[in-house]
Design a protein around this ligand. Structure first.
Ligand code: B12
Ligand code: SF4
Length: 393
């Protein structure tokens, strides 16, 4: 319910409250808080272009709300300002390189190794709202109307945070910050107070195109524009059905999300570790062997992913993703046996991915045999040379 605006607040009081909001934000564990207005007019044609190009794929929720994504004041009537907050999530022991380069280990995006961020951030934003309310009541003013959001509703979080001075937009379309890189989540508190707004940061990626070049599936189709349908994050998390064959090899061992465009970004080289122990990687996911993860029953999957964002893809899609990664691993009799035995317990979707993985394993086994035949032949030739025998012996 929209409440009456706060005509009684002087500009000095608003300045003071804005400063306090930033201080309270820090106390609540946010790395940074910025304030902006609700005007995203400039983003509307870009969002429309993105939707018209069908870059959202199966993410129907992106199209369902039309331009409301760019109009926070329509989403929550009475809204005058958006308080944007970021929370760093880079966990210690991230082990990026080892996981990506060992094809028998699973790579899980660094945002997903700990607890789901949505609830945690929303609760903190609600607390921030409560503090503002308390302050206004102490000043003898009426209650403010506020609403927290974290991914939860149709709102363009990244452009809002960009406007609020939290960072600047990188060519991978994520928000970057000189001190923090891009390893942070965004969340917002919509309020009906005419707080003073922050100034956007004037910075850009310059001529760097590392993220565009590194993307395994060429999902960054132009600077700042990601074709969601090609992004491994979409393919492994959002997509309900079969992963298109054309992307399966490029997915490698990434079984939940992807960080490549962030891993190569030079701005990320000095990024700080998270202060939130909830975002630390849980033990079961620290050195995740593909075969171990694949062996989890549904009960084990539910138990091991309790409170984690991973849980929302469900056991079957978890197996679907791991099957693809196993297909991409070097040939191993253990992998073939695991794929074959799981085949009997899974639905049609996973079965098709297992069959693909088995076919990949068969190709690699053949290649391996060829390699070992070649090796044996080479060894015979060497022996023959040594003994002075004919080379085709
Ligand atoms: C849908 C979605 C996805 C989709 C689509 C990604 C995308 N880039 O749109 C998929 C599933 C692929 C995805 C993946 C990821 N996501 Co995501 N995702 C979202 C979500 C829910 C909506 C984003 C959105 O509105 N997309 C629609 C398009 C139109 O928006 P856009 O990319 O910002 O598009 C703009 C550009 O095209 C731009 N543009 C066009 N031309 C030009 C030209 C110039 C010069 C400029 C500056 C801009 C510009 O204008 C468009 C409109 O503003 C947000 C949360 C939220 N509610 O906002 C999280 C969010 C963006 N995701 C997030 C994260 C962490 C990720 C992943 C890193 C997760 C992972 N590790 O797997 C990857 C990164 C992939 C990538 N490079 O984007 C974080 C980003 C935090 C940050 N630091 O920026 C967010 C904000 C979630 C959160 N609450 O923290 N995601
Ligand atoms: S998350 Fe991975 S697949 Fe998606 S745009 Fe970045 S590098 Fe490409």
């Amino acid at each position: 319910m929209p409440t009456q605006p706060q005509p009684q607040l002087t500009s000095v009081q608003l300045q003071q409250i804005a400063m306090q909001i930033k201080q309270w934000g820090k106390e609540l564990g946010f790395a940074q808080v910025g304030i902006t207005d609700t005007n995203l007019k400039q983003e509307e044609p870009k969002l429309q272009f993105w939707l018209d190009s069908e870059y959202h794929g199966e993410m129907g929720y992106m199209a369902n709300h039309g331009m409301m994504r760019a109009r926070p004041q329509e989403l929550h009537p009475g809204t005058q300002r958006v308080i944007c907050a970021r929370m760093d999530y880079l966990p210690p022991e991230a082990g990026f390189a080892t996981h990506l380069s060992d094809p028998n280990l699973a790579y899980i995006s660094r945002y997903a190794g700990g607890r789901d961020y949505h609830k945690l951030m929303r609760n903190r934003l609600k607390k921030l709202g409560d503090k503002i309310e308390q302050q206004l009541l102490e000043l003898g003013l009426s209650k403010p109307n506020f609403r927290p959001f974290v991914d939860s509703a149709p709102i363009l979080e990244r452009p809002l945070a960009d406007k609020a001075g939290i960072g600047w937009t990188g060519k991978h379309s994520l928000l970057l910050n000189d001190q923090a890189g891009s390893w942070f989540f965004l969340g917002e508190l919509l309020v009906d107070l005419p707080l003073p707004i922050d100034i956007p940061i004037k910075e850009d990626c310059g001529s760097c195109v590392a993220c565009i070049k590194s993307c395994p599936t060429n999902a960054i189709v132009a600077p700042y524009i990601v074709d969601g349908r090609r992004c491994i994050s979409y393919l492994t998390i959002e997509l309900q059905g079969a992963i298109p064959i054309e992307f399966r090899e490029q997915i490698g061992n990434r079984i939940y999300g992807c960080d490549d465009c962030q891993l190569v970004c030079p701005v990320n080289s000095q990024a700080p570790l998270t202060q939130e122990s909830d975002f630390h990687i849980r033990d079961t996911l620290k050195q995740p062997q593909l075969l171990t993860l694949f062996s989890w029953s549904e009960d084990q999957f539910l138990h091991n992913t309790q409170g984690s964002a991973i849980r929302r893809i469900g056991h079957q899609r978890w197996l679907r993703n791991i099957a693809v990664a196993l297909g991409n691993a070097p040939y191993s009799a253990d992998i073939v046996a695991a794929l074959q035995s799981k085949r009997e317990q899974v639905d049609e979707l996973v079965c098709e991915h297992i069959d693909w993985a088995l076919a990949q394993q068969a190709i690699k086994q053949q290649d391996q045999n060829l390699t070992s035949i070649t090796n044996r032949k080479t060894q015979r030739i060497i022996r023959a040379i040594e003994k002075g025998l004919p080379r085709d012996a």
